[in-house]
Every structure is written in C-alpha cells, then in structure tokens.
Design a protein around this ligand. Structure first.
Ligand code: FE2
Length: 490
C-alpha cells in the first residue's frame, strides 16, 4: 500500500516538473499564435431527425434531463427535465443504491410560449440534504417511461479538496459541438463550468427557436444528466426578437436552466456564486446591468466579502464576453465590464477568469490595466502578479463557425491563441497548485494543446506559504504524544 502511494507521489512530482518546464505563464515568454489550421467540418446544425436528438421511448418519457448545483456548498442539486405530452409527476426518487430509491423530493412544473411555440412541461426539483462525495442514483417519470441516472456529489468544502472542472463555451449543436462534448466526457471532468451561449436556437425564427432549445436539451443530456453544469448566460440566451413579438430577455433560458442564485443572496438567476470542493466560483452576466450601484454590482461587492480563501483557496470568475481578447471578433466588447470590475479582480486576487463569446481559444499572462483612467495612467495592460489569468474558451463549436482573425501583432498580454474548437479542464490538486489543459478537437481526436500550472493567488504569497508550512508542522506535532512534546521542548 505504502509502495503504491510512493509511486503516485513520484508520478505527481514528475508531472508537475513537466508542466513547470512547459509553463508559459510565469516564464514571461513571448506569446504564441498557433499556426495550426484545422480542416473544418461544416458548421451546420445536426439535422433534427439525427439520433443525437432522439426522443426517449415511452409515453411522456422525461427528456432534456440536466442537473446543476442546488445550493451554496454542493450538498444539493437541481434536477430539470421536460415531459412533452402532459405534466406528469415532478417527483425525483433517489438513493445511494441502484436498487433502492428510498428517498423522494417534489419539484415544480411550468411551461411557456414563444411566438407560436408551446414548450413541453418543464420540471425542476431541488434535491437537498445530500452527503458529500457520494454517488446518488435517481429516477424520474412514471411506469415504463421512467428513466434512471446517477451523479456524484462533490467533496466537502476543504482547502485541499482536489476537483476537476471542465470548461465549455459557445457550444451549439453541430457535429463540432458533438465532438467537443464527447471529448469532454473522456476527460474525467466532474462538473462543467459553462461560459454562455448554449443552444444558438436564436439563429432560427418563429416556431423553430423553441424546437432548437429542445434539441439542445436532448443533446447535452448525455453529460448534463449525470454531472452538474454550472451556467453562465451569453448573448444567445437573450432571445430578444421583437419582429415576432418576443421582447422578454432570457425567456427560454430562464425557464429551462435554473441556477441556485438565492443561496448566494443574489436577486437574479443570471448572476450568482457557488462553492464546490476547494473553489469559490462567481458567475457574472455580461448582458445585465453591472455598473456602479446596479444590483449585480452591489451583489458582487458583497460576494467578494464572503470569499474565504482559507476554506476555498481557488477563486474563479465566469462571464461570457471576455475582458482580454485579441481576436477581431467581438473586439473590446468586454471593455465596459473591465472598466467596472477589473479593479476588484486584482484586489481580491482572482485566480482565473473564464469567458466565451469569441469562437477561438486564447490565454493571457497575468496582466491588468487598472491604472488607466480617462485623464492618465498606463495606456496598456501591464504585468501584474495579483491579476487573474484570462482564458477565452468560446470554442465549443457552434453553427457560426470559428473566429479565425487574430489582431496582428499579438499583444504582449496574450500568451497563446488558436482558432480551433475544443474544451478545457482545470484540475485542482490542492490549495497551491492546479493543472490546466486546453484540448483541441482536431477533427475528432482529443489533442492536449495548451497546458500550464496555475499557482494559487492566495497561497502562493510568501507569508501565507510560511504560515502553511507552520500549520503543517502543527498538525504533524499534534500526532506526537504530549509527554514527548514536553520532552522535546525542555
Ligand atoms: Fe456570444
């Protein structure tokens, strides 16, 4: 047993050494614009009758099943699904054995119209009071149409709790989207941080908008029924279509993709926070008011006060429109949010900001532009050790295709950029280190392309590192009998 543990530790050390060697973040290397040119699959949506979107068999069978975290700390899930023919039951039966669904929770059902589209019956059920780090089996629907799934709850909130997140953005429902999801499912990711732009249903008109929200729900069920997808909203969730009389922003999205916003004292499902394992994750809305004194601004100010890096060392922010992107597509669209929030990101030492929107991949060095103001200060972003790494990952593979034109020359702040489809993983090892990978789809093969070690912004600080060492010394001493300690002190 001891031998196996030793080998694992050596392997981890070798792995970390490998990543240090190839890490660009701290080395200050010039940025890289990848020359990889992918032979693009057609960026068209998969046809409606494809088996990818198959409706489950049975009368009124639950479909579009997905789960998200249901509370602040990961002891609850919200399970959502749709029944097409009649409301049916909103109850979830669940348990820790595949043979025993001894517990139950009752949810709610709703529906909505969008132009002349009438949605199915959308069920949402909060299942709470769960144990950490436990596999739960759950069953929804009735009789022969009932369907069974399972999920794993995250570990208890702890500064050294390891956890592997996937990061996906701008997914859509093309063959490239399918490739992204299939590759992500091979990655061993335990939950998805989704950075906005889900279905691209708003590329359709009239009745078909609702239809394509439904197909997307069936498309992501292969992953989202079994693990939490943490949602951030993008511009394609707005669904503002006055020509067809639909002017309520986020109508389809808010009906279909609930978030646990109240648990983080947010007044709106579009911005909220969760804690999961060793991470505190803040989700912002690029398309809701965020300037000073707005509800989102006030909420974020308070949420930063609730962050406790001693308990959750990893501070992650999700948003849709990137603050730092050197792609021609959507250039500067994140600038207004940068002007309002960047100072806080630096002040609170956010580890990493994930965004989407731009259909390519880009990673920044740790830089900030907080000294600039309308009458002076730095004109350009400058290296800043307290700043987050900014990662744009709008590379899920939707029908709009790739954003292939990067600005030339590559700005100093840009570390790596490539116009390909893919997904990312962030593998938190402990309170000080996390491994990050970007995986290019590469026409069906999953190819790790950009990787680095993320050093935690809170615990990387020298003073805290000394404190950590001291603490470990304390815990080691705690295991020594008191008589022995007194003898050593004497
Ligand atoms: Fe977008």
């Amino acid at each position: 047993m001891r031998k196996v543990k030793g080998r694992g530790s050596i392997f981890l050390q070798l792995l970390l050494t490998f990543f240090v060697f190839f890490s660009f973040v701290d080395s200050g290397n010039a940025g890289v614009t990848s020359t990889f040119i992918r032979s693009e699959w057609p960026s068209v949506d998969i046809p409606l009758d494809d088996k990818v979107f198959a409706v489950p068999e049975g009368h009124n069978a639950p479909q579009q099943v997905h789960i998200t975290q249901g509370d602040y700390d990961g002891k609850a899930v919200i399970i959502s699904w749709v029944t097409a023919d009649e409301p049916g039951s909103s109850q979830v039966r669940y348990g820790t054995s595949e043979k025993n669904y001894g517990f139950s929770a009752d949810g709610t059902v709703t529906n909505y119209t969008f132009y002349n589209y009438k949605s199915g019956y959308i069920h949402q059920c909060l299942v709470d009071g769960l144990a950490y780090n436990t596999k739960y089996y759950y069953k929804i629907g009735n009789g022969d149409s009932a369907r069974k799934f399972w999920f794993q709850t995250p570990p208890e909130i702890h500064p050294d709790a390891p956890y592997k997140f996937g990061i996906i953005g701008d997914l859509g429902q093309t063959y490239n989207s399918l490739s992204t999801v299939e590759h992500y499912m091979q990655s061993g990711g335990e939950a998805v941080l989704f950075v906005g732009d889900l279905s691209y249903a708003d590329r359709y008109q009239y009745h078909d908008v609702g239809v394509r929200w439904d197909t997307w729900g069936r498309f992501i069920e292969r992953s989202a029924a079994s693990q939490a997808w943490i949602w951030a909203a993008g511009n394609h969730e707005i669904d503002y279509m006055p020509y067809m009389g639909e002017v309520t922003p986020f109508k389809s999205y808010l009906h279909r993709y609930p978030t646990p916003y109240a648990a983080s004292k947010s007044s709106n499902p579009l911005w909220y926070a969760i804690r999961r394992a060793s991470a505190h994750i803040i989700i912002l809305s690029s398309y809701s008011p965020f300037v000073k004194y707005t509800p989102q601004w006030r909420w974020l100010q308070e949420e930063f006060k609730r962050v406790d890096r001693e308990k959750t060392p990893w501070l992650i922010v999700l948003m849709h429109a990137p603050i730092y992107s050197s792609n021609e597509a959507h250039f500067m669209e994140g600038e207004s949010m940068r002007a309002v929030f960047e100072y806080w990101f630096v002040k609170h030492k956010v580890d990493v900001v994930f965004a989407g929107h731009v259909h390519a991949y880009e990673r920044s060095y740790r830089i900030s532009n907080i000294h600039y103001n309308v009458s002076g200060g730095d004109r350009y972003p400058v290296p800043d050790k307290s700043a987050p790494v900014y990662i744009t990952a709008g590379d899920g593979g939707n029908q709009e295709g790739l954003a292939g034109r990067f600005r030339d020359p590559q700005p100093d702040y840009s570390a790596f950029r490539e116009a390909s489809y893919g997904h990312s993983t962030l593998e938190i090892k402990n309170r000080t280190h996390a491994l990050y990978h970007w995986n290019r789809n590469d026409d069906g093969k999953r190819v790790p392309t950009d990787s680095f070690i993320l050093h935690n912004q809170f615990w990387a600080n020298n003073r805290r590192r000394r404190k950590l060492n001291k603490r470990h010394l304390h815990s080691a001493i705690a295991n020594v009998p008191l008589s022995e300690r007194l003898r050593r002190c004497a």
